[in-house]
Write a protein that binds this ligand. Structure first.
Ligand code: AKG
Ligand code: FE2
Length: 221
């Protein structure tokens, strides 16, 4: 299941982040962090992790994501394996690959892309995800995020003009199965809607109890 979440980063923060990452010298070849077959198809740039601005932005984004209620409900993060700032200039792309099953010793259950560039500021650069039901080409507004099971093949279509700046990352989830995470996310969303209107408190309590018991059954922690 793919989940898109709007407005994860607000406009002033986005502007500050883009400003801090504007200097291309803060980026190096993306091949440094690709393993196996992915290395052959990875043509992009990524933030130099010793650069103080890159570190500052990375920490800020990690913190924001960790505290974001909808991201937490969708990904159920137990640990953030890594967050990378990636930059694609005209001619760059990332061919079809699968993400490593472990990054820095952390199992990868959920992959995500947080879009930092406005979609009309570059051409191409869609994140194309192959789920069982076919391909989805994702290009979201700046500040929005897509998360998807790390088991899906995916690629970044060539950028043909402009610069695509994103943060990509991987999560070890406390619910390992994508199907179970999807059910819990749907249940959470329905319960949040029910809580907004006067309804049947006993029914809401019953549903909350079912949710808690499913979490207990499925928790990988
Ligand atoms: O840039 C993206 O949206 C995804 C990049 C990617 O697949 C990766 O870094 O593994
Ligand atoms: Fe990937």
């Amino acid at each position: 299941m793919l989940t898109c979440i709007d407005g994860v980063i607000d406009a002033p923060t986005l502007a500050a982040v883009r400003e801090q990452l504007a200097d291309p010298a803060r980026f190096q070849s993306g091949a440094a962090t690709a393993a196996g077959r992915a290395r052959q198809v990875k043509h992009n740039l990524q933030g130099v992790d010793t650069d103080p601005q890159v570190r500052g932005v990375t920490r800020l984004l990690e913190r924001t994501l960790w505290e974001h209620p909808v991201f937490r409900a969708a990904a159920r993060p137990r640990q953030l394996a890594r967050l990378l700032l990636s930059r694609y200039e005209a001619g760059m792309a990332y061919g079809t690959h699968i993400d490593a099953p472990q990054i820095d010793g952390v199992r990868t259950d959920v992959s995500f892309t947080l879009f930092l560039s406005e979609p009309d500021s570059y051409e191409g650069g869609e994140l194309v995800i192959e789920s069982g039901a076919g391909e989805d080409a994702i290009k979201l507004p700046a500040g929005a995020l897509v998360c998807y099971p790390s088991s899906f093949l995916h690629r970044v279509a060539p950028v043909t003009a402009g610069t695509r700046l994103v943060a990509v990352g991987w999560v070890r989830s406390e619910v390992r199965s994508a199907e179970q995470r999807g059910l819990l996310f749907a249940l959470d969303s329905a319960l949040a809607r029910l809580a907004e209107q006067p309804g049947d408190p006993a029914a809401i309590a019953e549903l909350s109890n079912i949710r808690a018991n499913l979490v207990r059954m499925w928790l990988d922690a």
